[in-house]
Design a protein around this ligand. Structure first.
Ligand code: ADP
Ligand code: MG
Length: 568
């Protein structure tokens, strides 16, 4: 008779479901789960906070289309992971969280770290369950993996009673499910497709919007064909950047506001009309805009704006359908329209404003100068992780993406603290695949603080992540050292220091040095360029470049206040 422990069962089934990565923090009762996972050939990355572990696991799901596991202990461990689960679920990214929990016969007795974990996870997940017995583990694990990637992707939770981990069962009594195949691709109906094509052909000012659903759905080749065949202008959402290269001739991102506002037909490819796209409402969109919407989730169709054509299905397959129809119609949107002239003119004037800002040679630097020089040195194929308020917003326009799924940021939930976890996940993937591609994590100083201790994780696993902290001494903005010293003299800082401020000129690079990584403090353009070049030449050690910028530096004048929503 061959006996298996609960831990071995979990590991064996995960591996059989093509789960290759596990991120977590071990402790009683799940240490053996991590050990069994390693024994089964799953890569285990031990992190410093469960939230960051869950961010990392979810980034693997987004980047590979197969979920990774986030492994946590009971009670507080699981509660820390909820932030990561919520973030994954909001972004429609697959992840499987496995939480140790109190023993089966101790539930409701006030056991160590007892908490209603299955219920707690329900709000943050698509599926949340506790196997009723050892022999049920394989079915529950398979269902969690499958549910995370079928339909709209999202988070799933498996609760493992502590006493199941080392309990044994005869292999012969266990039913092992076969490996769950990738989700079957669903196609849009012919009726909706022909409506879409009719509307598109009548459009005067058409616009494609490429979302991160298109990136996740690996629709890049089909979308490239669509754009090149149709000649349509496109705007990517923040993580839709790179599905087609940012320097593609049809990319009108530099005229984003005008493109959204004046478009009469919008083709929405795997993106939601939420705050990121200003809900599809005036004053950011025309009140009469016609919407051709492609989404895998039926409930998403017509959210906020009624879809004129609702193309329910997998974005890659549906764009393939559109391409086929347009090709047989030999239809192209002309390149010499007023719409193109209008967009090109706006792009040119916006580019000029950014250029003028980036060429300012002030000390301390402004955001635009710092990003201009960073952009010049970054390899085209690098993975850019970005978070922070201004750092992320300005960085998005200045740091170009040339390949799909190479940008990870605060996303739909606007979550700060995701950067280090995302960067670790991306670096672990690149390391496993020996691509030599670099991961560059561009963080605001405030954003870096949320998960800063993960630099120890980067050093421990020799992940050559380059963290660039754009340091303006605060959240949104800070004050300079002299002002800070004056405030200190005035008395109790808890009543004086503006809530947005952080310690001026904080030495974040020394956090990296503490664990054996390289740290650079830079103030000038020359120092920034030298530090970045050196960091890029280091292939086995992480670096942190602390860029002290002007604490009063801001975004260039915006046409609309942030999060504008009309009172329709
Ligand atoms: P963005 O942040 O780029 O605006 P969102 O996360 O708001 O993107 O939207 C992504 C959308 O893509 C979601 O509505 C999701 O249901 C959808 N989606 C995810 N995978 C696919 C797929 N394979 N095919 C079509 N739509 C998808
Ligand atoms: Mg800041």
């Amino acid at each position: 008779m061959e006996e298996l422990t609960g831990a071995q069962l979990i590991a064996e089934v995960l591996k059989a479901q093509n789960v290759e990565y596990m991120f977590g923090i071990v402790g009683v009762p799940i240490i053996e789960v991590a050990m069994a996972a390693q024994a089964a050939g799953i890569k285990y990355v031990g992190m410093r906070n469960e939230q960051a572990a869950c961010y990392a696991a979810s980034a693997i799901g987004y980047l590979t289309g197969r979920p990774a596991v986030c492994l946590v202990v009971s009670g507080p461990g699981l509660i820390h992971a909820l932030g990561g689960m919520a973030n994954a679920n909001m972004n429609c990214w697959p992840v499987v969280v496995i939480g140790g929990s109190s023993d089966q016969n101790q539930e409701t007795t006030g056991a160590f770290q007892e908490f209603p974990q299955v219920e707690a996870c329900r709000l943050y997940s698509k599926f949340s369950a506790r196997p009723g017995s050892l022999v049920m583990i394989p079915a529950v694990v398979e269902k969690a993996v499958r549910s995370s990637i079928y339909g709209r992707p999202g988070a799933c939770y498996i609760d493992i009673p502590g006493d199941m981990v080392n309990a044994r069962v005869d292999r012969k009594t266990v039913r092992f499910p076969s490996c769950c195949p990738p989700p079957p691709a669903s196609l849009a109906s012919n009726h909706e497709l022909s409506k879409a094509v009719t509307v598109l052909k009548q459009a005067q000012r058409p616009l494609l919007i490429i979302g991160k659903g298109a990136a996740y759905g690996r629709a890049e080749n089909e979308i490239k064909e669509l754009v090149e065949l149709s000649g349509l202008p496109f705007v990517p959402t923040p993580m839709g950047k790179g599905v087609l290269p940012d320097d593609h001739p049809n990319c009108v991102a530099a005229a984003r506001s005008r493109a959204l506002l004046q478009a009469d037909v919008v083709v929405l490819l795997g993106a939601r009309l939420n705050w990121i796209l200003h809900f599809g409402f005036p004053p950011r969109f025309s009140p009469d805009v016609k919407l051709i919407q492609v989404d895998i989730c039926a409930e998403e169709l017509s959210n906020n704006v009624r879809a004129t054509a609702a193309l329910l299905g997998d974005v890659r397959a549906v764009v393939g359908q559109l391409v086929e129809i347009l090709r047989s119609n030999t239809w192209t949107y002309p390149a010499d329209t007023e719409w193109w002239t209008n967009l090109k003119e706006k792009m040119a004037s916006n580019a000029q404003i950014s250029k003028a800002l980036s060429l300012q040679n002030t000390l301390p630097m402004n955001y635009y100068t710092a990003f201009h020089h960073i952009a010049e040195l970054l390899p085209k194929d690098c993975i850019i992780v970005s978070e922070g308020a201004n750092t992320m917003d300005i960085g998005r326009t200045m740091l170009l993406n040339y390949f799909p799924r190479r940008r990870l940021d605060a996303g739909t939930f606007g979550t700060m603290g995701v950067g280090p976890g995302f960067a670790i996940a991306a670096a672990v993937l690149e390391q496993a695949q020996h691509t030599g591609r670099r991961v560059v994590c561009v963080e605001g100083d405030s954003a870096f603080g949320f998960s800063g201790m993960e630099v120890e994780t980067m050093c421990r696993y020799k992940l050559p992540v380059i963290i660039i902290v754009i340091n303006n001494n605060g959240i949104y903005s800070g004050v300079n050292t002299e002002t800070w010293r004056e405030m200190e003299k005035m008395g109790d800082m808890t009543t004086i220091a503006p809530p947005v401020t952080l310690l001026p000129e904080a030495r974040y690079e020394q956090v990296m040095c503490a664990f054996g990584g390289h740290g650079y403090l830079v103030r000038t353009v020359e120092e920034l360029c030298t530090a970045l070049q050196q960091s890029l030449s280091e292939t086995a050690t992480p670096s942190l470049i602390n860029v002290l910028i002007d604490p009063t530096s801001d975004r260039k004048q915006q046409e609309f206040p942030w999060l504008t929503r009309s009172n329709l």
